[in-house]
Structures are given as structure tokens and as C-alpha cells.
Design a protein around this ligand. Structure first.
Ligand code: TMP
Length: 236
């Protein structure tokens, strides 16, 4: 696999073309941003952890019948993925109230929800990723009804799989954000990453935050938190 030109640089990853037209290479950075890029920083070693963790979790999900973009881990920071057209939605699943959900609805952080919730944001940095509903998505043509049903179905199944998996590691999966893409033949697959950048992880016993909220909220200890989740995933 030959790494060719850089196609795109995002906030946390770079994307490169390859000599195979249906494959890309993603390269994970240590850069961290929050609040639509307003807050910038570095979490040392994050790229290595997120690359490895995301690949482990995508392989776990594949085994459970969820199609993903994962193809092959190339190095500490680089992974071959299927080329997809990203559906411009952030798909957020929540098990426990936190973050913007707590703020919007006036629910104390840590309140267990009666059932998992799903919401979409329109992936558009200029607009600040606004909340969007199914009707808006169909009206704007961002996805079809069938695609949206597939995405929501996968998102809830992924939640059940990951919630159970992390609970065995004494980690509560509070909420997380997914992105989906369409391959050249129109198949919807899970894309982007699953990592402490995109999930809220709380220790079951101490409720200590083991995710990017430590950076977003200037708590410190983010490097240790990312390492701790990885350590538990590796069974160390
Ligand atoms: P929120 O409570 O700020 O809406 O975040 C919900 C989940 O989505 C949380 O696990 C963090 C994740 N997330 C991202 O992955 N990217 C983002 O840009 C935002 C705002 C949240």
C-alpha cells in the first residue's frame, strides 16, 4: 500500500490517498480542539491511543455484524480505511445525561436516562454543528429515509455492544458520537473513530472522567486518562 498525496487535514487526523482508488490512509495527530476549534491544545500520545483503540473497537463491532470502514492498521498512527462519502451527520447516543444534553434540558449530569437517546447534529463547522431532526435531514437531502433507518439501527446496536464491553472494564459508556459513510457501492458503514475524543467514559466506581472532557473543561490529567482506558482495553 503506497501512501500518496494528503487529501485533507482535519482537527485530529490527516487523510491521504493511496495507490488503491477505494482505500485511504488516516494518520492520527496529538492535536486536540474543543468548542468548534476555539480551544486548541495537544494531548501527548493521543494519536497513537486513538488509532489503536478505534481499530480494536471497529474490529469488535465487525465481528458483531456492524460494517465499518476499517481495513488494516499500518503503524502506531496510521490505518488503511475504505474510502467513503461521509454522511454529514454526527450521530450521538446517550445513556446518561451529560454535556449539551444536561444544559439543554436542565438535567443534572450523571442522571441515568430511562432509555438510550439518539440525536443528530449537522456536520458543518461554519454553522457550529447545529442539532438537526429526521425531517430536516430528509428535507435537505442529507440522507434518505432508508439510510437514516440503517444509521439509527446500527447506532443503537453499537451502543448495546460497547456499553456491555466497557462495563466489563469498569467503564460506564455515558455517551458517544458516531459518523457514517457510504462506500462506492452505496453501503452504509461506520466511519471516523471511536475514542476518548468521541466518547464520554466514566469509571464505574469513582465516576472519574476518562475522556476528552478533561481537556474541554481544563481539568488536567487527559494524557493519563487516555492511557488508563487503553490499559484496561488491553487487559493490563
Ligand atoms: P455533547 O454533550 O457536547 O453534545 O457531546 C456528546 C458526545 O459527543 C460526547 O461523547 C462527546 C462527543 N462529541 C464529539 O465527538 N465531537 C464534538 O464535536 C462534540 C461537541 C461532541
Amino acid at each position: 500500500m503506497k501512501k500518496l498525496d494528503q487529501l485533507y487535514e482535519g482537527k485530529a487526523k490527516k487523510v491521504f490517498a493511496t495507490d488503491h482508488q477505494d482505500l485511504l490512509i488516516v494518520d492520527y495527530k496529538d492535536d486536540a480542539t474543543a468548542f468548534n476549534g476555539e480551544k486548541k491544545g495537544t494531548i501527548l500520545g493521543k494519536g497513537v491511543i486513538n488509532n489503536r483503540m478505534s481499530n480494536m473497537l471497529m474490529q469488535l463491532l465487525e465481528k458483531q455484524g456492524i460494517p465499518t470502514h476499517y481495513v488494516e492498521e499500518l503503524s502506531e498512527r496510521e490505518t488503511v480505511v475504505k474510502k467513503v462519502a461521509i454522511v454529514p451527520l454526527e450521530v450521538i447516543i446517550r445513556n446518561i445525561a451529560a454535556g449539551s444534553f444536561s444544559k439543554r434540558f436542565g438535567v443534572q449530569e450523571g442522571t441515568k436516562l430511562k432509555q438510550p437517546s439518539l440525536e443528530y447534529s449537522y456536520k458543518n463547522d461554519d454553522l457550529g454543528d447545529p442539532l438537526i431532526n429526521d425531517h430536516h435531514i430528509l428535507a435537505l437531502g442529507l440522507a434518505t429515509k432508508e439510510e437514516l433507518d440503517t444509521i439509527a439501527g446500527y447506532a443503537f446496536r453499537i451502543n448495546e455492544i460497547l456499553k456491555a464491553y466497557f462495563l466489563k472494564l469498569d467503564i460506564e459508556l455515558v455517551d458517544f458520537k458516531l459518523e457514517f459513510g457510504k462506500t462506492s457501492d452505496g453501503t452504509i458503514v461506520l466511519a471516523d473513530e471511536i475514542s476518548p475524543d468521541t466518547c464520554r467514559f466514566w469509571d464505574v466506581h469513582t465516576h472519574e472522567k476518562l475522556d476528552k472532557d478533561r481537556f474541554r473543561r481544563n481539568m488536567g490529567g487527559e494524557e493519563e486518562a487516555y492511557k488508563e482506558v487503553m490499559r484496561r482495553l488491553l487487559g493490563e
